[in-house]
Write a protein of this length. Structure first.
Length: 279
């Protein structure tokens, strides 16, 4: 038995669930994690006396639709690895663009709050890349906060953690210079368009909003921002691509100025940000 034969067999199985290119990538990810081999070893038909049980178990989970990030308990984000689990969303590439935009736009000493932090990928990345920022991270989920705290400790990021529900009108937050959120924004009716492994394994609490109230989290966070942002403070959102103009209009109506809608690398409306107008 050699690695190339095992590789081809695994790819063949996974193509019933994934496009072939993705299947190949997933198998290599498993090989690197469980066999400590790379593509060169596969191409050279490196002998393998026995397929280890942990690799077979991981493959079975993949075939059952579990995301590979949960199987390996890690996901890349902004040049670092973050622990992830079923209690938090898997970090997406689009969210890296949100972090990058904030870092491009802001420097110096500022107090920053990430609302709905999940794995902590936004807050931790900002804290590590922006040394003068004092960063706090808020989430309603104990499980998410535990994962975020682990990630902060792993990467040596100093964060303040807050357990709270952003839909609660009275949060009694400190004052901040910048607030950022990637809140739930997938409509219930969009379930049919999503991959089965996302629906089955990622937390619904962090994904979905009612069809009749798609901006519920944005509205709530805007109200908190009006109370807790210092004069000329900034609010950043990641958004559902279908609601860019609506989020812009909402922020304008709530008293934010210089509101901008930014498209992601794929040309989709993805980020909206604005600044508190001075009274």
């Amino acid at each position: 038995m050699n690695l190339r034969d095992v590789y081809k067999a695994y790819v063949s199985q996974l193509t019933s669930l994934y496009p072939e290119t993705e299947a190949r990538s997933l198998v290599m990810w498993l090989f690197e994690a469980y066999l400590s081999v790379d593509r060169k070893d596969v191409l050279n038909k490196k002998p393998i006396p026995l397929v280890p049980e942990n690799l077979e178990n991981a493959m079975a989970k993949l075939m059952a639709g579990e995301p590979i990030q949960y199987i390996l308990a890690k996901a890349p984000f902004y040049g670092r690895e973050f622990r992830v689990g079923p209690g938090v969303l898997i970090p997406r590439n689009e969210t890296e663009e949100l972090v990058q935009l904030i870092l491009q736009n802001h420097k110096g000493k500022m107090k920053v709050l990430d609302l709905g932090t999940g794995s902590g990928c936004i807050a931790i990345s900002l804290a590590l890349e922006w040394a003068e920022a004092e960063v706090s991270a808020l989430d309603i989920s104990e499980q998410a906060l535990a994962i975020a705290k682990h990630n902060a400790a792993k990467h040596g990021a100093k964060l303040n953690f807050i357990k709270a529900d952003v839909l609660n009108k009275d949060l009694h937050l400190d004052q901040y210079d910048l607030m950022v959120s990637n809140p739930p924004y997938v409509l219930e009716k969009e379930r049919a368009l999503m991959q089965a492994n996302v629906l089955k394994h990622e937390p619904e609490l962090a994904l979905f909003v009612p069809n009749e109230d798609p901006l519920r989290f944005y509205k709530a966070i805007c109200l908190h921002a009006k109370e807790s942002l210092n004069p000329n403070g900034f609010l950043y959102f990641e958004i559902n691509e279908a609601f860019g103009p609506e989020v812009v209009s909402m922020m304008n109506s709530e008293g934010f100025g210089e509101v901008r809608l930014i498209r992601d690398i794929n040309g989709k409306d993805r980020i909206v940000y604005g600044q508190v107008r001075q009274a």
